[in-house]
Design a protein around this ligand. Structure first.
Ligand SMILES: *Cc1c(COP(=O)(O)O)cnc(C)c1O
Length: 400
């Protein structure tokens, strides 16, 4: 047992972060979930079912690809890409959707509810629900429905129902509020399948553990090929699930540096970004205590990022803990820089990344340029770019 495997503590905290800030009516449901998850985790049949579907449904293990052309262009450290873009439905989201879908089924729940921002989590949940025979309802902000219409169509094709959310800024934050509201009213037969390492305990732990398959595979793959651990792990941070999934299995290996990349949007000096860890303050949102973007009155601020999956005013409590203890470093990359990262990877490796990991690619290129060639960097390529072609076209289609 490593220090981090014992976190969160028995009350659901990572240091001062995390907890269960929910209405009384939800406490029994969270306790039921905690118990059901503990039993599933200890059950070899459940673990085997998850592993089997990871392999045959998701297509795991995903490759750890040596990006030789990218590395050569920068002329320094070796860059390895963890290819979550090759996972079924095109992003890492499916790892958690599958794990929690199996848990919902095991708990005898027939109705699954979930929020989605960009639609990637909604698509992953709808796919898993179709495969497991569960009813699927996805809450999505009206603004996101407009921005991400192909994903709305995919969710519907997979048999999911999309419920538009018209409150607040009509984006992810409001979709989560609506899903929580639904859960309060239908708590007995419904399973809330949360999409990132956010929300009340035990969600940040459950999502982390299912996503940790990313870091576990990375560790085996890099030891097999390079006979050593990486020097850096780099991932983009929205709610923080793909980053924690990569980082967590390396927690106790202090020589491995963790770098999380947030969205600086149009710049940290403007109010158009989503960098909760870089410039946020500690507060409570969606049932958990963590760094948030809030004004002096504690009102949640509107956020912006060119990458819809990074456009969230909070971050998982474990990242706040990693920041506070210095275990990880967090940086921010702007919309313009992310577009550079997007083109750089497309041109050098023939891989079109999602705009979210394009932030991590940009930062990696900057970092690698100043490092000696014997350094190994792993970047989590959390998703593929097909969903973002419209956004990129709008931003610079004429120049391509
Ligand atoms: C949703 C998403 C993210 C952001 O979510 P995290 O929980 O921070 O991982 C990043 N990349 C892709 C491709 C996504 O779909």
């Amino acid at each position: 047992m490593t220090a981090s495997r014992r976190l969160p503590d028995g009350r659901g905290y990572f240091g001062q972060f995390g907890g269960m800030f929910v209405p009384e009516t939800l406490m029994p449901a969270l306790k039921e979930l905690e118990l059901a998850y503990a039993k599933a985790q200890a059950d070899p049949d459940f673990q085997q079912q998850f592993q089997h579907l990871c392999r045959h449904y998701i297509g795991r293990p995903t490759p750890l690809y040596a990006a030789k052309q990218l590395s050569a262009k920068i002329g320094a450290a070796t860059i390895l890409l963890k290819r979550e873009d090759l996972a079924h439905t095109g992003a890492h989201k499916i790892n958690n959707a599958l794990g929690q879908g199996l848990l919902a089924k095991r708990m005898g729940k027939k109705r699954v509810i979930a929020e989605t921002g960009a639609g990637q989590h909604g698509v992953a949940v709808a796919a898993v629900c179709a495969m497991l025979g569960l009813k699927c309802i996805i809450y999505m902000g009206e603004e996101d429905i407009k921005r991400q219409s192909p994903n709305v169509f995919r969710i519907k094709l997979l048999g999911g129902e999309v419920r538009p959310v018209s409150s607040g800024s009509r984006t992810l934050k409001d979709a989560i509020n609506e899903t929580i509201r639904d859960w309060v009213s239908n708590v007995n037969d419904s399973y809330y399948l949360l999409g990132s390492v956010v929300g009340p305990y035990p969600y940040p732990m459950i999502v982390r553990n299912f996503q940790s398959i990313i870091g576990q595979e990375t560790k085996e793959q890099i030891l097999a090929t390079y006979q050593r651990l990486p020097d850096y792990l780099i991932a983009c941070v929205g709610g923080g699930s793909n980053a924690i999934g990569l980082f967590h299995p390396f927690f106790s290996q202090k020589s491995v540096k963790f770098i999380g990349v947030e969205a600086a949007g149009k710049g940290l000096a403007t109010d158009k970004h989503a960098a909760s860890l870089a410039v946020g303050k500690v507060g409570v949102l969606h049932g958990t205590k963590s760094y948030l973007l809030q004004d002096d009155n504690g009102q949640i601020m509107p956020t912006h990022s060119i990458a819809p999956g990074l456009d969230y005013p909070g971050v998982g409590p474990e990242h706040s803990y990693y920041k506070e203890t210095g275990r990880a470093t967090y940086v921010a990359v702007s919309d313009t820089q992310a577009l550079e990262g997007f083109k750089l990877l497309s041109h050098t490796e023939g891989i079109i990344p999602a705009l979210e990991p394009a932030h991590a690619i940009y930062y990696t290129a900057e970092l690698a340029a100043g490092l000696p060639s014997d350094k190994l960097i792993v970047v989590n390529l959390s998703g593929r770019g097909d969903k973002d072609l419209d956004i990129v076209y709008q931003a610079e289609g004429r120049e391509l």
